[in-house]
Design a protein. Structure first.
Length: 539
């Protein structure tokens, strides 16, 4: 249906603007688009006129009919129609028989299909945007205009989609980051840094649980930021004579790294440099599988602890076509792949095996992935066994007092803390769990005569490790409550005469639920208990 809408868009446009040149016009996930070269530039104000023409075509119930023609005839047809961009597309099609679709008698387009039977079968639609583009995205090629639309089978489905767009806009981390005073662009405010530093310490503590030690290595000579801490960690390992009895020896480091940006940048999900944690485990070949298994298990526990809903776990296999590697090297890579696959299957972890283009490294690797609210997938962590034909492998002294080569398991449990914060902000709509909230409690004074008591209570909570702020201005209590709710603070403590007399606080959560009068020591215990429950692993 959406593919058919693209054809009807082109048909309507040609009716209104004869001589328009057609580019490409595919279906998309939620709609369709078509690229045009107009004799005069159109604007968004022209879209309603095109929509009206599309509705006329739908009402006419014009049939779609496929026609197969010889390649030479296809060229002639397109040339006669003046569709120069289509002739260029035809040159990339190897078939001798070329498929066209006619819509009535006045529109024909080169297309493989399929389509609905006739235009009357099309559902509801809306044209949403018109933008300037270059043909094939090449700035040296002609400027065209791309008209986009959405289409659904029913009006109800359209309404659901539009409501989802509203919700997505409200949950966008770029919007919430500013509203919650966490970050703007790449500038981090104090509240945002609290979140990022809590996440870093959580990851580092998890690494420490299985024997990783923190190290710090200098920046590489090619600039302030680097692509990996690998060189420094290998140098640290090689700086001492090591015995097989000491293995595994594990280091980690957190710091700024260069990051390869994707084609579609999206706020903190895709920036460079990023804050990352990289970990390297030096292990004996005979213990490699056990070591790798423990690291995968640790990562899974970490993601559960952080309440990450992984969209997929991929075992990525580099495409080695055209890569010059010896048979022995290829066997090593295949052995690594088979080992990772075996561990994932035996651990009952659902995994997708995918082929990736080789950029620098040839290693197969495990990619842990998340999705943003726009349904785009990003990797949040990676694990691999280091393979580099140019790398002089680290060695240890074995039982025969000889030097024996060892393996390195590379773990990047968090590719980007910025990406992680963005994901958590969007997935919770800014209402972070208590342990991760930069402000856990707001103290609200009913009137100025209780301000001193509120300030004393704030000091007491701070000593107990509870992050808090107080609101003691001359605003009404309702205004103070509203401001706390807008900042999505987990708990509000309302303090007045009754609370002071009973050494208690009136507690309200960010959802507006009144929890009643609670003694201060009881509330502190409740908070600490809730924080500990949230921070404990759920697997």
């Amino acid at each position: 249906m959406r593919h058919s809408f693209a054809h009807v868009l082109a048909m309507a446009t040609l009716r209104l603007y004869p001589g328009t040149k057609l580019g490409i016009g595919p279906a998309t996930k939620d709609g369709f688009y078509y690229e045009f070269e107009f004799s005069k530039k159109l604007t968004k104000e022209d879209l309603p006129k095109i929509e009206d023409e599309i509705r006329k075509i739908i009402a006419e119930e014009i049939p779609f009919k496929q026609i197969m023609v010889e390649r030479e005839q296809a060229f002639n047809t397109l040339i006669q129609l003046g569709q120069i961009f289509k002739t260029e597309l035809l040159q990339s099609i190897p078939d001798e028989k070329i498929s066209f679709y006619k819509t009535g008698e006045d529109f024909i387009d080169m297309c493989r299909g399929p389509h609905v039977s006739h235009t009357g079968q099309l559902g509801v639609f809306k044209l949403t945007a018109i933008t300037d583009i270059h043909w094939f995205g090449d700035i040296s090629r002609p400027v065209m205009q791309k008209i986009e639309g959405i289409a659904f089978g029913t009006a109800e489905q359209m309404a659901e989609y539009e409501q989802r767009l509203v919700n997505i806009k409200m949950r966008d981390h770029r919007k919430l980051g500013g509203e919650l005073l966490l970050f703007e662009n790449q500038n981090w405010f104090s509240k945002g840094l609290i979140i990022k530093n809590l996440l870093k310490s959580t990851v580092e503590n998890k690494l420490s649980e299985i024997g990783y030690k923190a190290v710090e290595t200098p920046a590489t000579s090619d600039g302030l930021f680097r692509k990996s801490f690998a060189t420094g960690h290998i140098e640290i390992f090689k700086s001492r004579r090591r015995s097989y009895k000491d293995l595994p020896i594990r280091f980690f480091e957190t710091g700024p790294l260069q990051h390869t940006l994707s084609e579609t940048s999206y706020g903190l999900f895709d920036i460079s440099p990023v804050s990352s944690t990289e970990a390297f485990s030096f292990t004996a070949p005979y213990n490699l599988q056990t070591d790798l298994q423990a690291i995968i298990k640790m990562n899974m526990e970490l993601y559960s602890k952080l309440e990450l809903s992984l969209s997929s776990i991929q075992l990525c296999v580099p495409d080695l076509t055209g890569i010059e590697l010896s048979d022995k090297e290829k066997k090593v890579l295949n052995d690594y792949f088979q080992m990772m696959k075996t561990i994932l299957i035996e651990s009952e972890i659902d995994v997708d095996i995918v082929t990736k283009q080789v950029f620098i490294y040839y290693d197969p690797y495990i990619s842990f992935n998340i999705k943003d609210i726009n349904d785009r997938e990003w990797d949040i962590g990676r694990i691999t066994i280091v393979f580099d034909p140019k790398l002089i492998p680290p060695v240890v002294t074995n039982t025969r007092n000889n030097q024996e080569k060892i393996n390195i398991v590379y773990d990047m449990p968090i590719v980007s803390y910025e990406r992680l914060v963005a994901y958590l902000i969007e997935s919770t709509n800014g209402a972070l769990p208590l342990w991760l909230s930069p402000t856990q409690v707001d103290l609200l004074s009913i009137s100025e005569k209780y301000n001193q008591y509120v300030q004393q209570l704030s000091t007491e909570l701070t000593k107990e490790g509870i992050r808090n702020i107080y609101r003691i201005g001359d605003e009404t209590i309702h205004t103070k409550i509203r401001k706390s709710q807008m900042q999505k603070t987990p708990y509000m403590l309302i303090i007045g005469e009754k609370e002071i007399k009973t050494n208690s606080v009136s507690v309200r959560n960010r959802d507006g639920q009144e929890l009643g009068l609670i003694r201060i020591d009881e509330f502190i215990g409740k908070l600490k208990s809730e924080i500990n429950i949230e921070k404990s692993p759920t697997v």
